[in-house]
Design a protein around this ligand. Structure first.
Ligand code: M6R
Length: 623
């Protein structure tokens, strides 16, 4: 969850590390620290809080040095405090370590090292690494790091500097992401490419149990036995300004508005003509394998799981393959039965989510073929999958996932349509309609974004209410769950996403004027049933925001009671969020956009930290 950055060259390392940390702040943000080597000594600054506090600290107590490492922390072991923030120093104060991940056997190592006389100053797991490197250091930093890593169990990406090896930065990883950026007379390390994209577009993606020795003019990659490794340079495919806000108040807002272009990118080279087959480079499945499939299991966490629920619906409806969607953390814990010809589709924006990665490994070990639907290129999940279909959304910085969600559904719709065509499972006319509708979707997304002010006006009516309910049925049930997640994670309003069919089994007891209900009632199979649910809510004086198809004349007045007291919500028309018509099966894509805007504006009106909500990190790399 934490973020690491390092620099070695001729410029001032603290400023470069700080700029990189700002771009990583989404990974965690309860404290931060930077260490440099200068004049043969380590110098460290640490703060609790956001990076602005670090900026102020560096103003008051400047750091000077051309080699440095930085860290932004999201606490796992030990509370947020200066002592627990990274970099951690070895007992002799000569070695500094930044770490992302969790060292599982740290208690045992801590006891052992304490017994050997090492004094611990923090409650963190990381500090054991600083002491271990000191223990093994005999004048060669890289060799000491390799020996120390051999003692560790768990997940880690480390950046390490040493006052006695002032021209070297060493980095190593196992399970946690790490890249080495390549410059001219200077080099970098980072937890992800976005942190250093301003500096370079050329990186080495480091693999498990690989170590990088980085100097001003060279990068050597080896395994832990110091055998050299040849690695191709990876060229980061997005421009340097892609990770900046581009005039928007928040990354989340920018990313909501990037959806039409991202959809066009996702379509490019895959679908351009509704009469032609969809091409999915990277899927890595033969037609025979697709025909043989007996089961598809979707697995993911959070928003990506909601996208997986839509994927399951599409796969079953179109390709007629029995399908299920499981939360990754739950899939692992229930020891699922995996039959022959089972496909597991793993969905993740980051490609680094720990629970999702472990579920992938379990499913693979049980014999499932695994393909992943990912955004971040060359992530851990990508490398362990049998095939990868990228959603092509570009970097997503806001903690609340927006464009990744719609693009995950977009991509899974293409996969389901492709499978349906190969298996001859769906009516060719339906397939053609869905393909045409997918091709139209970027335009529809633009129309929806142009209606933002209407959604903002609705947000202004309801933003002070403490509770909300999101209701839907069928393929849009995940839209209700995702709408509710979006609202709760950035506005802290209590929000529940529920099947409208379950209302009478409990949730209707919550309905009262201070709880607003978002009802998704677009054209399609479940339309009439949703109308009945809206009437039940209005009859109990619950305000309704209806998401309905353009031109629907019935919904605004649904549940209206002309005899009710004019102050009673039962006497007032429903608030309307209009969406342009599209086939019901892919309507979760269009429905998502105004629900993202609704959550965004409600949170903004409440003055919340939208891009960095409390207690959350963008990428959850711990189980
Ligand atoms: O990177 P991933 O897609 O694997 O992340 C999964 C979830 O952690 C993520 O979708 C999370 O739920 C978002 N904060 C929701 O906006």
């Amino acid at each position: 969850m934490c973020g690491i950055v390092g620099y070695i060259g001729t410029r001032q390392a603290p400023q470069i590390c700080l700029a990189g940390l700002r771009r990583l702040e989404y990974r965690g943000y309860d404290s931060a620290g930077i260490a440099v080597v200068h004049d043969g000594e380590l110098d460290v600054r640490k703060v609790v809080g956001k990076l602005d506090t670090m900026d102020e600290e560096l103003e008051k107590n400047p750091l000077v040095g051309t080699i440095g490492i930085g860290h932004t922390r999201w606490a796992t072991h030990g509370k947020p405090s200066v002592e627990n923030s990274h970099p951690h120093l070895s007992d002799n104060g000569r070695i500094a370590v930044v770490h992302n991940g969790i060292i599982e056997n740290y208690q045992e190592l801590r006891e052992q090292l304490t017994g050997e006389g090492y004094e611990f100053k923090s409650q963190t797991d990381t500090e054991v690494m600083a002491h271990l490197v000191q223990k093994y250091y005999e004048g060669n930093l890289r060799a000491a790091v390799c020996r120390a890593v051999a003692d560790l169990e768990g997940a880690f990406a480390f950046g390490i500097i040493c006052a006695d090896s002032p021209g070297e930065l060493v980095a190593v990883r196992r399970f946690s992401p790490l890249v080495v950026g390549i410059g001219e007379g200077e080099n970098y390390i980072a937890s992800d490419m976005g942190a250093i994209r301003q500096e370079t577009d050329r990186v080495y993606v480091i693999d498990d149990d690989e170590v990088a020795l980085i100097t001003t003019d060279g990068i050597e990659l080896t395994d832990l036995d110091l055998n050299p490794i040849e690695r191709e340079v990876f060229v980061i495919p997005w421009p340097a300004d892609a990770a900046q806000k581009g005039g928007h108040k928040h990354f989340m807002h920018k990313e909501i508005h990037e959806q039409p272009d991202a959809m066009r990118n996702c379509l490019a080279g895959r679908l351009s003509d509704p009469g032609k087959p969809i091409k999915l480079e990277g899927l890595n499945m033969t037609e025979q394998e697709i025909k043989n499939l007996r089961r598809v299991v979707f697995t993911a966490c959070g928003t990506a799981y909601h996208a997986g629920l839509v994927g399951r619906f599409l796969m079953e409806s179109l390709a007629r393959i029995p399908s299920e969607a499981d939360l990754a953390a739950e899939l692992r814990s229930r020891d699922p039965v995996v039959l022959d010809n089972t496909l597991c589709i793993v969905i993740s924006q980051s490609g680094e989510t720990a629970d999702t990665l472990v579920a992938l490994r379990d499913m693979k070990a049980k014999g499932a073929k695994v393909i992943s639907v990912l955004n971040v290129v060359d992530s851990s999940i990508a490398r362990e999958s049998d095939g990868v279909v990228y959603i092509q959304a570009g970097p997503e910085i806001g903690v609340a996932s927006t464009k990744a969600y719609t693009l995950q559904i977009f991509t899974m719709a293409m996969i389901a349509i492709h499978f349906a065509e190969v298996r001859g499972a769906a009516d060719p006319e339906l397939i053609r309609t869905l393909k045409q509708d997918l091709l139209n979707t970027p335009k529809l997304a633009e129309e929806l974004l142009a209606r933002e002010d209407d959604v903002k006006a609705i947000a202004a009516k309801h933003y002070e209410k403490p509770n909300s309910l999101y209701l839907a049925r069928g393929v849009n049930l995940p839209s209700a769950m995702e709408g509710a997640l979006k609202l709760k994670e950035i506005s802290y309003i209590h929000a529940e996403g529920y099947s409208a069919g379950e209302m009478k089994h409990g949730p209707i007891a919550l309905v009262e004027p201070n709880l607003f209900t978002v009802a998704i009632v677009v054209e399609g199979e479940v339309y009439e049933k949703m109308i009945a649910n809206i009437m039940e809510i209005k009859a109990r004086s619950g305000p309704v925001i209806a998401v309905a198809t353009d031109g629907d004349e019935q919904i605004p007045a649904t549940g209206l009671d002309e005899d009710a007291d004019p102050d009673d919500v039962a006497a007032q028309p429903n608030d309307m969020i209009w969406v342009p018509p599209t086939h019901e099966l892919i309507s979760p894509i269009t429905v998502a956009i105004p629900l993202q805007l609704l959550a965004y504006h409600i949170a903004d009106m409440r003055g919340e930290h939208i891009d960095q909500p409390r207690n959350l990190a963008k990428t959850v790399t711990v189980e």
